[in-house]
Design a protein around this ligand. Sequence first.
Ligand code: T46
Length: 148
Amino acid sequence: MTGMSHSNMTRNTVADLRIMEVPQIKDTRGNLAVVEAETIPFEIKRVYYLYDVPSDSFRGGHAHKKLQQFLIPLSGSFDVVTKDGFGNEKTFMLNKPNKALLIVPGIWRELTNFSSGAVCLVLASTKYSEEDYIRDLNSFIDYKNKKQ
Ligand code: T46
């Protein structure tokens, strides 16, 4: 994905989103999951996590122009509702710490239905930049559908 042109990124659809398996080592003492450089298709520049999210709250409600993310439900569960701006919508329920969601650029996302104690770990491909966000749904649809 690195070096991909702007026009390619705006063509991304919900079909480009993937649930990816995080390699795990199962043990009677408990399980251990490992993310190595080869596990994800981008270099990690930032790590953050959402926690103590009230069950009636939602996060996200925006898209990114360039950022790629790998969302891991470290604990509990939540839904990720995604839209591609071309009328397609797909919801992923994340509830297993070894099943992560890879979000490519140019996808609207809303995170809802957080269970009690849910923790969402995000591995991100760039540093924080507010310029990378599209926080208005109609602007996002325009961005995706404008002629390149
Ligand atoms: C996403 C979902 C899953 C920073 O200062 N640095 C950061 O690295 C981040 C992620 C946020 N912020 C500031 C920006 C806002 O003032 O923290 C505040 C809350 O951020 P935001 O409203 O974007 O939070 P979420 O939970 O709606 O979205 C975040 C990520 O921004 C976003 O990339 O996909 O988590």
